[in-house]
Write a protein of this length. Sequence first.
Length: 486
Amino acid sequence: MKIAAICDMHLSEYESAPQYDYFYQAIEYLKNSDVDMVVTMGDMTACGAENAFRIYREKIEELSNHITISGNADVRTENAELLAYAQGGEIECGRRVLCINTPFSKIEEDDFAKIQSLSDGDVIMMHHSLAGLTQEVRERLKAILNSKELILIHAHSHKFSDSMVGKSRVICVKALDPDKCIGTPPSITIFEMDKDKFDFSEKCFSASKETIKDLRDYLGICCFDLDETIDYAIAKGVKNLELKVFSEDTTDISAVQKKIEQFRAHGGKVLSMHMPNLRFDGENIVDKGWDFAIKLAKATGVESFTIHPPRISVALMREKADIFIDYLCYFIKQFPDAKFGIENLHMNKNDVPDDTRGYGMIPEETLAFVDAINKQLGEKKCGCLLDVGHAVNNRSYTGRFPLSAWYALVGNRTVAYHIHQVKRTDDNVLHNHRELDEWFGPMISYSSFFWSWRNGLINKCPVFFEMRKFDDVKTSLKAFEALEEI
């Protein structure tokens, strides 16, 4: 018997988001396959949204035989209809396959009784990993796994693993969510099992070589060291460059001009300038470095600017937005032929999700600031600079605004992108601007970016590697060039 496991789709309230297309691809694949049963192993929705569950139910019922169990994301908001639908069940295929619900990190007593009745070789399918269960439930289940030769199949961790716990085999299946699947593009797992056989294979839903080839022409580098970066960009055929962190005390403008001329002579297309931060001292705007950045931009013929929202709180922005808008409109008018992108920011270690946090960390704030600037200018001169890593490194908002939501909401307003990996240190702190040695996680998977690029959800415009260390840029470009059929 063939049993397909799909999980962790995280369908959101934004129906244009890539998660829906990957789910639809999986359904079409399964409809045309010889799979006998499909088990949805939880987190079919990102937060239990009614429209997401409605679409899930409509599509899953296009299949003849299916079982649904729920996960923790499905209960982030109350949805009684979803929980009633996710009944779990049991499959007989020469061995018992028990599908149980664990949305609240617990196993109900009735399900524990069924697990106790399983025999060697039987299978448990559930959403949570052992680590995701409450301690009491985890220890009870581990005691059973230690005493019997069972097979536990779970989701939740978004990546494949295959290990032993006591006498039992424990397998984690990959996610179908293009933002979350780790190690490869989004996948489903096909198990083939009967009394004497247990095997499995994966079906990955990949982007194409054509997508990667197209994206290659838009890659760029954020430039901290002018000579090294431009020489490398020329050697590698990188056509876009962003100037960043240049000091008047240490920068020779004529030398910069010569290097930029060299860059353009070798096919350079877009030169961008990352402007310094704007702050507020209680009375006035603090614009340290702006005069020199403007002077350098005019001298080098910059075509595009990246601008952070003011480094002030949400509460203060409500009071002072007008003075920053006035300031930026005056600045923008000095470069009538250039493009301007407002960059989304990320939460810092001590930020909390209220009005005391910094402004510009969620899509609606970025878009509101862009719209206010354009309204005062009387034309659409300003767009969004989407920093993919910043969008992920917003702990309190990633449930509501996963990457795909950013693509759906601001993708058609973008003028450029910053890309990098976010990595977690041993002290559980997330750090931005790390090398993209892995394009599929563990913190950021770029599958949804590739999908959004190919399908026109996001604009095609410069994509800058933004890493602090130049060796990290080299590592990232090497890893990108290694992408073939992804």
